[in-house]
Design a protein around this ligand. Structure first.
Ligand code: NAD
Length: 261
């Protein structure tokens, strides 16, 4: 229980990678604020179940990561309800795939807002109290697409490269305040975000989702297997540990070798 008594906020933690990270942090004793979209009754049950399973305090914010005022209010709410905010994981994200000539401007704006600007607003609101306490961990969920590009993902690749840059600036600015900032760069993780891409690919090509899973992995990853939300959670826990206190400003790949070639 390395994080007993710490307070963590994970954005976009009602599903996928965010939920995997939230569970991993709670398993180490961190109190949790969850955030994300979805059916309110299902979310309320999730929040209660996590509190019960890991014997930690839990809370939920419905803040929309596209809305700066709601993001800042969410940080304040976490600090008030849970007694502080030690760990901030900027994870919420969306995807849209189209060639740049056909990329809708409103999809560009939404992806930049949710996948990049939301992290800026959350960090800017959370950092002063971390600095004052002289302890903090900021983890931004970037992507292999924060380091390399793929076609048809202009907004996503731009946002993910942007969040890697933002991570480095925060790391430098907070370097002597006990606060680290790092980015996790996953390759393929089988979550609803990727399942939709697989279904769209199978529909467009007249193949099956299983065929597309194999093709998707073969296109980018030397290792032909998905990472899991639990594995991303384990890396986040390590970054929060005392052993990682001098790791800062780094994009950490967990991608089956994607960016090695
Ligand atoms: P997911 O769709 O399972 O989860 C996304 C989460 O973000 C959900 O909880 C959703 O409710 C929340 N969200 C979306 N829009 C929101 C908004 N406006 N306000 C608040 N919450 C919002 O997807 P995932 O695959 O778990 O993705 C999580 C993060 O990991 C994203 O930043 C994504 O880019 C990144 N990532 C995913 C993969 C992958 O292969 N799945 C790979 C690399 C990086």
């Amino acid at each position: 229980m390395n994080l007993k008594g710490k307070v963590a906020l994970v954005t976009g933690s009602t599903s996928g990678i965010g939920l995997g990270i939230a569970r991993a942090l709670a398993a180490e004793g961190a109190h949790l604020m969850l955030n994300g979209l979805g059916d309110r009754a299902v979310i309320d049950k999730l929040v209660a179940d996590l509190a019960h399973e890991f014997a930690v305090k839990t809370a939920y914010s419905a803040a929309d990561m596209a809305k700066p005022a709601e993001i800042r209010a969410m940080i304040l709410e976490a600090q008030k309800t849970l007694g502080g905010l030690d760990i901030l994981v900027n994870n919420a994200g969306i995807q849209f795939v189209a060639p740049i000539e056909e990329f809708p401007a409103e999809k560009w704006d939404a992806i930049i807002a949710i996948n990049l600007s939301a992290a800026f607003h959350a960090i800017s609101a959370a950092l002063p109290a971390m600095k004052q306490k002289r302890w903090g961990r900021i983890i931004n969920i970037a992507s292999a697409h924060g380091l390399v590009a793929s076609p048809q993902k202009a907004a996503y690749v731009a946002a993910k490269h942007g969040i890697v840059g933002l991570t480095k600036v925060v790391a430098i600015e907070a370097a002597n305040d006990g606060v680290t900032a790092n980015a996790i760069c996953p390759g393929w993780v089988l979550t609803p975000l990727v399942e939709k891409q697989l279904q769209d690919r199978a529909k467009a090509k007249g193949t099956t989702v299983d065929q597309e899973k194999k093709a998707m992995l073969a296109e980018t990853q030397p290792m032909h297997q998905f990472s899991s939300p639990e594995e991303i959670g384990a890396l986040a826990v390590f970054l929060c540990s005392e052993g990682a206190k001098t790791i800062t400003g780094v994009p950490l790949s967990i991608d089956g070798g994607w960016v090695a070639h």
